[in-house]
Structures are given as structure tokens and as C-alpha cells.
Write a protein that binds this ligand. Structure first.
Ligand SMILES: Cc1cc2nc3c(=O)[nH]c(=O)nc-3n(C[C@H](O)[C@H](O)[C@H](O)COP(=O)(O)O)c2cc1C
Length: 210
């Protein structure tokens, strides 16, 4: 590095500046297409790229809904808090435009399945349906909501246990979902996206000696 590094003191940055910085650095991020229902049974479907998987004992996933500029919590976290259930469907390239449309801030009484034109796939163990167009769906039960901060742009991490996974055989090889076939979409900084294409993939074994 020839020039001195840029140093960002997060405490001096505005909320949008902090968000722009973090979303460029923690990238690429897979997209969880999360379906949930209110206590009254109104459906919701929204994409979240602050998403990861954890350990397998129990099988664990987490994603983060960020409060809006007025400090309001999103319908997804309110629904999951009320019912304890959600489904994470994966997002592949042909779903891009409709997935993006579903992220519009519709009022709570609008089900984004209908607004964005997705098909409901009935779940087995939880009430919310998954997305039929998604090659893989994970039925999840809430384990914990971790709130970090208060007000605008504060975080609500939703940790869930994966109960049941449904996968389209067309995207599987030897009985497992195959990253060469899934065409998964990922989010980076700003409005940038990445599609995982077969030709981009390469493999590397873990070291066997010190
Ligand atoms: C690709 C993509 C990824 C997104 N990731 C997040 C995220 O990780 N956290 C978040 O709060 N909002 C995220 N959003 C915005 C939400 O999808 C949007 O606020 C949505 O309307 C929330 O809906 P709800 O209020 O019905 O839960 C993302 C939007 C897109 C298009």
C-alpha cells in the first residue's frame, strides 16, 4: 500500500454514510427471501441480504431487519415476533425484477406475493408459505430476536432454527443443492448485485499439513 489508508471513525459519520460503508465491505451477501404472516394471517414477502447461516446443532440461520428512517420496525420482524415462524426462500437470477419489486414498502395489509407476482408454495411445519419460484425453501422457527440499537437504522437480528428444507431436483446434483445450478443472486454495496455463475466457481481443499 503506497498511500496511507483511509480511516473511518464510525462515530463521526451519518447513518447513511455508515450503511454505505458497511454494505460495500461486508459483501457479497446472499439474499434471503423471507415470508411471514401477521397474527391476523396477512402474508408478507421481503428480501434481506443481511443474511447468513451458522452452525448445524441446531441448524441455524440469521438475518437482520433494519428500522426505517422514522425508527419503525419492519413488518417482517413484527410478524415473526408475533408468530415465531418464517420461511427463507432462495433467490435465483430469473427472479430478480420481481424480487426487487417486492422490496417496495407496501402497507402491512398488502401481501407482496400478490403485489410482486410470486406463487405460494404451502409449507409443512409452519404457517407461512414459501416461494414456489425459488429452487430452495427453508421452513424456520424463531429462536431469538436480538435488537442492537434504537430508532432509525437500528438492527433487529432474527435467529431461527431450520426445520425442513425443500429443494427442486433440477438444481441438485447427487441429492444436494448444487451452486453450479442455483444461479444465486448476491448483494454488494449500493445497488450492485452479483450472480453466481457456473464459470465463476473454483474449489480449494483445506490444508492437511501444518
Ligand atoms: C436485494 C435486497 C436486499 C435487502 N436487504 C435488506 C436487509 O438485509 N435488511 C433490511 O432491513 N432491508 C433490506 N432490504 C429492504 C427490504 O426488503 C424492504 O425494506 C422491505 O420493504 C421490508 O418489508 P417489510 O416491512 O414488509 O418487512 C433489501 C432490499 C433488497 C431489494
Amino acid at each position: 500500500m503506497s498511500e496511507a489508508p483511509l480511516t473511518f471513525d464510525l462515530g463521526t459519520l451519518s447513518l447513511p454514510e455508515r450503511g454505505r460503508l458497511l454494505s460495500r465491505i461486508v459483501a457479497p451477501r446472499p439474499i434471503a427471501f423471507v415470508s411471514s404472516q401477521s397474527a391476523a394471517g396477512v402474508g408478507n414477502l421481503s428480501p434481506f441480504s443481511f443474511f447468513t447461516a451458522g452452525g448445524s446443532n441446531p441448524p441455524s440461520v440469521a438475518f437482520c431487519t433494519v428500522n426505517d428512517r422514522q425508527g419503525r420496525r419492519k413488518d417482517t420482524v413484527l410478524n415473526i415476533e408475533a408468530t415465531g415462524e418464517f420461511v427463507v426462500s432462495t433467490v435465483s437470477a430469473p427472479m430478480l425484477a420481481r424480487m426487487n419489486q417486492s422490496s417496495f414498502e407496501y402497507p402491512p395489509d398488502v401481501d407482496e406475493f400478490d403485489a410482486a407476482g410470486f406463487t405460494r408454495a404451502a409449507s409443512v411445519l409452519v404457517a407461512p408459505p414459501g416461494v414456489a419460484e425459488s429452487p430452495v425453501r427453508m421452513e424456520c422457527r424463531l429462536q431469538q430476536i436480538v435488537t442492537h440499537g434504537t430508532g432509525p437504522q437500528a438492527s433487529n437480528y432474527i435467529v431461527g432454527e431450520v426445520l425442513l428444507i425443500h429443494a427442486d431436483p433440477a438444481v441438485c446434483t447427487d441429492g444436494l443443492p448444487d451452486n453450479a445450478k442455483l444461479q444465486q443472486l448476491a448483494r454488494l454495496g449500493g445497488d450492485l448485485y452479483l450472480t453466481v455463475e457456473r464459470d465463476d466457481l473454483w474449489s480449494l481443499a483445506r490444508p492437511k499439513t501444518p
